[in-house]
Design a protein around this ligand. Structure first.
Ligand code: C2E
Ligand code: MG
Ligand code: MG
Length: 591
């Protein structure tokens, strides 16, 4: 059996220790060789005596425990044969330092191959040994300690600090880091990269209805699908909730931001099986392409977020690229969001009423309630600016309930044949409580259900169509009327007309504006004929000129609304208006 020492000075390493009987520790001190063995062989660290050419001259018994090797097997070998290739340079650097002189002490951490094949993290404290006569370094002494557990704990802590626990994706701070790197790299290389802000559609509804474990599973599937679509040089991170973000580097035609966005949308639209429950989500994506414009990470992400907002507003499950014009609009929107809660409390919202007139008799058929915000700083703000913010923040629910209450109460002051129309948004329809809000408004005001009309847009029907239709059917069953607003914009699907027995179709004002154009007129004519066949009344919105009034009448629209007839009026002026008009109900009977 080979001795586990080699070429050692004979007087230093003579008698095998196992045969020695130690009378007392005190007696050993003074016996330098015995003392050496006692220390080397009873410490948990592996003590190594090394030659200047890195060969191991002596290895203490702890090597068996720490590295799995019998110390004899390591004598004559070089650490280089065992160190992980990625750590060789660390070791080499330290070794050069040690050769510099005996006063040099170094501590380095490297991975050392265990006899069983895996690597263990070793912390090596090394010091050179010099020849006292020449001062030359003639070797080194190293104490090797297994720090695998500590390294793993540190790695885990580092990983947790930079990754999302649920999906394993980089988290917000690692994403930020990667984004900073991308900005710096693009500035150096004058290259382009893209940032995608992604937000799942309908995630909250699934999380609320199927529970958090299902929501978590859905997020994990989402993360895996996103990873599968992207290349290894791209970063996909989970920023929190159902918010994800992507940095795309090395853009080319096949990997343009738009192509990747399309692939992400396609991948995430695939149904997900959550323990037998099949669910579908979508994703909205905002894109910004950074093109050496000197923008920092914060500004880039803000722009991607603005584009995301725009994607969500334009029907979801789609993407939008950042456009500066939209950026300016949305900057004011986010300010509005902060003010809005207070504004509801302070009563800064009010309704104005725009008459809908019978095209043949001139009688007032109904008044449409339109919301206004009397902002203390910005003055009057129209609904197009604040309704999207109210939808985003969920404030549309209390605001919508207030509108029902207010409109129904006001309508009790009008002649009994005049209805009130209230607009409802997609978010209101999706939330619980719409029916209750309608019932409460009717009950509190005493307005008959048949005098209330709800105006919904096609986008309302796009989302969760079955639930929405069921809700509209229930409201219709108690006598409330339902109109399809802004028809012709958005999805313009005539199939919606068959899916629900709308009482009215309101043709969007863009068609009325262009009615002199034969194509627009043909569309109006087609809608009128479908409406007539299905028993639905037709309202032309946005009639501004006598010529338009004449043309829409000729095309068969039986009701008209627009600035020509009346602008939206305050409650007080609306009361005066209805009193001043002919009282006939005209051909609006039953609708
Ligand atoms: P909408 O329901 O289609 O309302 C008609 C819009 O067209 C109103 O704009 C009205 O002022 C405008 N308008 C009417 N006649 C003419 C015309 O001849 N020419 C032009 N250029 N415009 C005309 P407004 O009040 O700004 O409302 C915009 C939209 O905001 C409404 O479109 C509706 O979708 C939404 N909205 C208004 N009030 C509410 C509300 O209480 N709740 C909800 N969810 N949405 C509301
Ligand atoms: Mg409307
Ligand atoms: Mg409309």
């Amino acid at each position: 059996m080979p001795n586990h020492v080699m070429d050692c000075p004979a007087d230093a390493l003579a008698a095998p220790t196992s045969s020695c009987a130690w009378p007392s520790l005190g007696a050993i001190v003074g016996h330098s060789e015995r003392l050496f063995r006692l220390l080397a062989e009873h410490t948990n660290d592996v003590i190594v005596l090394g030659a200047p050419d890195m060969q191991c001259l002596y290895v203490s018994p702890a090597a068996l425990v720490v590295l799995g090797y019998d110390p004899h097997d390591l004598v004559g070998t070089s650490p280089v044969d065992f160190i992980h290739p990625d750590d060789i340079h660390v070791f080499a650097e330290h070794w050069t330092g040690i050769l510099g002189g005996p006063e040099v002490r170094t501590v380095c951490s490297v991975r050392h191959r265990h006899r069983e094949g895996h690597f263990v993290w070793i912390e090596a404290s090394v010091r050179g040994v010099d020849d006292p006569r020449s001062g030359q370094i003639i070797g080194c002494v190293a104490a090797l300690r297994d720090i695998t557990a500590r390294r793993e704990a540190e790695d885990e802590i580092r990983h947790r600090a930079l990754h999302d626990v649920l999906t394993g994706l980089p988290n917000r701070s690692l994403f930020r880091d990667r984004l900073d790197q991308a900005v710096a790299h693009a500035a150096r290389t004058r290259s382009h990269f893209a940032v995608l802000a992604c937000d799942l559609d309908r995630f909250k509804a699934i999380n609320d209805s199927l529970g958090h474990p299902a929501g978590d599973a859905l997020l994990r599937v989402t993360a895996a699908r996103m990873r599968a679509v992207l290349r290894s040089c791209d970063t996909v991170a989970r920023l929190g909730g159902d918010e994800f973000a992507v940095v795309l580097t090395s853009l080319d035609e096949a990997h343009s931001a738009e192509c990747v966005a399309e692939r992400l949308i396609a991948a995430l639209s695939e149904p997900v099986d959550l323990d037998g429950q099949i669910v579908e989500v979508g994703v909205s994506i905002g894109i910004v392409v950074a093109a050496n414009d000197g923008l920092g990470a914060d500004e880039l992400f803000k722009r991607a977020d603005i584009a995301l907002y725009e994607a969500k507003a334009s029907g979801r499950n789609t993407y939008r690229a950042f456009c500066p014009e939209v950026g300016r609009r949305i900057a004011t929107r986010s300010h509005l969001g902060l003010d809005m809660k207070e504004a509801i409390r302070r009563g800064e919202f009010r309704l104005v009423y725009q008459p809908v007139i019978d095209a043949n008799t001139g009688a007032v058929v109904s008044l449409e309630a339109l919301m206004r915000w009397q902002h203390p700083v910005h003055g009057e703000i129209g609904p197009s600016a604040f309704i999207p913010v109210a939808e985003e923040t969920g404030l549309i629910v209390p605001l919508g309930s207030w509108a029902f209450q207010e409109a129904c109460r006001e309508a009790t002051h009008w002649p009994p044949h005049v209805r009130v129309a209230v607009n409802i948004s997609a978010v209101q329809m999706r939330r619980d409580g719409l029916e209750l809000a309608v019932m409460q408004a009717l009950a509190t005001s005493g307005l008959p259900a048949s005098r209330l009309k709800l105006e919904v847009t096609e986008s309302v029907l796009m989302q969760d169509a079955d639930n929405v239709l069921a809700c509209l059917h229930r409201l219709r069953a108690i006598g409330v009327l339902v109109a399809l607003d802004d028809f012709g914009t958005g999805y313009s699907s005539l199939s919606y007309l068959r899916r629900f027995p709308f009482d009215k179709i309101k043709i969007d004002r863009s068609f009325i504006r262009d009615i002199a154009d034969p194509n627009a007129a043909a569309i109006v004519r087609a809608v009128v004929s479908i409406g007539e066949r299905l028993g639905m009344g037709i309202v032309a919105e946005g009639v501004e000129t006598a010529e338009q009034l004449e043309l829409v009448r000729r095309e068969g629209c039986n009701q008209v609304q627009g600035f020509l007839l009346s602008r939206p009026l305050t409650a007080e002026r609306a009361r005066a208006y209805v009193r001043s008009r002919p009282g006939s109900v005209g051909n609006d009977q039953g609708r």
